[in-house]
Design a protein around this ligand. Sequence first.
Ligand SMILES: [Cu+2]
Length: 68
Amino acid sequence: MQNITLNVQGMSCGHCVKAVEGSVGQLEGVSQVAVNLAEAKVEISYNESQISLDKIKETIEDQGYDVV
Ligand SMILES: [Cu+2]
């Protein structure tokens, strides 16, 4: 299991939190996702044998946010 914190720009409200947590949380292999809106961070726990970090980043970017 990998734990990672991504810096994500563009999240500004509860809708953004739901969009990110919902989309990433749905991915096979992701066991936990938590957005920290004040710090513009997303904490994710995932199984690297099931999903790549690139796929997770892509999913966040597909929702309209920038992973920096
Ligand atoms: Cu928002």
